[in-house]
Design a protein around this ligand. Structure first.
Ligand code: 5MM
Length: 341
């Protein structure tokens, strides 16, 4: 199969209707933070056991098209010795991998950040393919303040996302392009919309410059929400209206799917916001779906708490959250379903 045939096959599998993508690609420090919140030690065995628990949950292929893995997970196995990427593939779920190497300050743009990891990316992708990965993910973050992101920050981050995406497509990997406008701060929903519009505009301009084929990528943006410390929370209808408006202004119709990150929203909040988009604004040129990490995994981790005797309860929590988000993907979620109603 040549690179284009691989891209066609993978994107078709990643955009199947009524499903989304699970982000389970927390780096070592991030999973450490999440585990600490539920009293679990950040050991390789605990990371394996936790991720194996999720991926061996029966029936997840009904709700998931793909799972984004952390590099380490590609080499780990389920309790019966089956490699975890094989476990996913057998469930009809495409394994992907986060390929960025973390972030740091962007010189010349105080307050902004930039992500590392382009060196040797093509070679790393070849190794990840051997281990079963078929798509990739790279995240750039944009802190919001009166001055940030700066014009330089917006340009530099767009350039990184486009260069990453171009390498992925040359190697036959579908790139997930993830520009995250951070929720930290007290900014308004309008300020988040203004920043997100500038960010997405620059990202798609850079993707065009680098000749990235829009039909073979997935956009993973943040929703348009007020900052966490803003005095008023937005309703799902307000979030949906602002988010769809910004996407319509910036995301070409050739992009097949927009799979949101949850970015610090609570599980039910993220589901309700996604639902409001699909219920209130049907018929958009792209699918509106999910690629949540925390908003799916939080209740799973709490139910598990590192104890083997809790595995079945954790699986139930996982399946429930997936079912709720699949309903939101169709615009059929309502809070009453949370209790099983
Ligand atoms: C923004 O984070 C991504 C989506 O997760 P949420 O739905 O929780 O916002 C997620 O894929 C993220 O990239 C991973 O959690 C890993 O982050 P780090 O910083 O460890 O690479």
């Amino acid at each position: 199969m040549n690179a284009e045939e691989e891209l066609q096959r993978t994107i078709a599998a990643l955009v199947r209707p009524d499903r989304g993508i699970l982000a389970a690609d927390e780096s070592l420090p991030t999973i450490g933070k999440r585990f600490a919140a539920v009293g679990v030690d950040n050991t390789e065995e605990n990371r394996r056991a936790y991720r194996a628990l999720m991926f061996t949950t029966e029936g997840i292929g009904e709700y998931l098209n793909g799972v984004i893995l952390f590099e380490e997970t590609l080499d780990q196995t389920a309790d019966d010795g089956t490699p975890l990427p094989v476990v996913l593939a057998r469930q009809g779920v495409v394994p992907g991998v986060k390929v960025d190497k973390g972030k740091g300050p962007l010189p010349g743009a105080p307050g902004d950040q930039v992500t590392y990891g382009l060196d040797g990316l093509a070679e790393r992708l070849a190794q990840y393919r051997e281990k079963g990965a078929r798509f990739a993910k790279w995240r750039e973050v944009y802190p919001v303040s009166e001055r940030n992101p700066t014009p330089l920050g917006i340009e530099a981050n767009a350039e990184m996302l486009a260069r990453y995406a171009a390498v992925c497509q040359a190697e036959g990997f579908v790139p997930i392009v993830e520009p995250e406008v951070l929720i930290d701060g007290d900014h308004s929903l309008e300020r988040c919309a203004e920043v997100s519009e500038a960010v997405l505009h620059a990202v798609f301009h850079a993707l065009h410059r680098h000749r990235v084929v829009l039909e073979y990528l997935i956009l993973k943006p943040s929703m348009i929400v007020p900052g966490r410390d803003h005095p008023r929370k937005a309703t799902p209808e307000e979030v949906a209206e602002a988010t769809v408006r910004v996407l319509r202004r910036t995301v070409p119709a050739a992009v097949p799917s927009v799979n949101f990150l949850s970015g610090g929203q609570g599980p039910e909040e993220a589901t309700a916001n996604l639902n409001a988009m699909n219920a209130g604004f049907p018929g958009q040129p792209w699918a509106l779906s999910f690629s949540f990490a925390r908003a799916i995994q939080e209740p799973v981790m709490v139910a598990w708490a590192g104890r083997a005797r809790n595995v079945e309860a954790a699986r139930r929590a996982f399946r429930h959250r997936l079912r709720m988000n699949a309903a939101a993907r169709r615009g059929e979620y309502r809070p009453g379903l949370e209790g099983g109603g």
